[in-house]
Design a protein around this ligand. Structure first.
Ligand code: RB5
Length: 149
């Protein structure tokens, strides 16, 4: 699958290691920046680029890294069809996909190091939505709420 990735200056140190993990799992990367460290860049620019790539289907999943993961998550969830969450534990990173069809993982590079981030990315990338009736029913309610605005 194609996985979109983006980060601001807070997430920049974790971006290259994350790209390597994605590639090592056999997936391709759609790099939405930042392409270099810029202490003055703004997380919404990268978070929204990743979210729009997922919304359009250009990428099947997305990963956004900022300092805490919070700003990235808030911004990404403004885009219809995007279900983004911060997961700093592997249970949530996998279960968020399996039960909730989470399609964007947000990480805080000031919170987790490269080894933990690698485990989180593996759990997220390898998980699949189970499609079980109860999860579909709940997801439909979320999608309906999104339509209502
Ligand atoms: C940038 O300094 C920082 O505020 C940003 O990366 C992120 O943590 C916001 O949630």
């Amino acid at each position: 699958m194609q996985i979109a990735i983006g980060c601001d200056h807070g997430g920049f140190p974790l971006k290259a290691p994350t790209v390597e993990i994605i590639k090592s799992l056999g997936h391709s990367v759609l790099d939405q920046g930042a392409m270099q460290y810029d202490a003055k860049d703004d997380y919404p620019d990268f978070a929204l680029a990743v979210a729009r790539a997922v919304q359009s289907g250009q990428a099947q999943k997305g990963i956004i890294i900022c300092g805490s993961g919070v700003g990235a998550c808030v911004a990404a969830n403004k885009i219809h069809g995007v279900r983004a969450s911060i997961c700093h534990d592997t249970y949530s990173a996998g279960q968020g996909v399996e039960h909730d069809d989470m399609n964007v993982l947000c990480l805080g590079a000031r919170i987790v190091g490269t080894a933990v981030a690698a485990d989180l990315v593996r759990a997220f990338v390898q998980a699949k939505f189970t499609g079980e009736e109860r999860h579909r029913r709940r997801l439909e309610k979320v999608i309906e709420a999104e339509k209502e605005g």
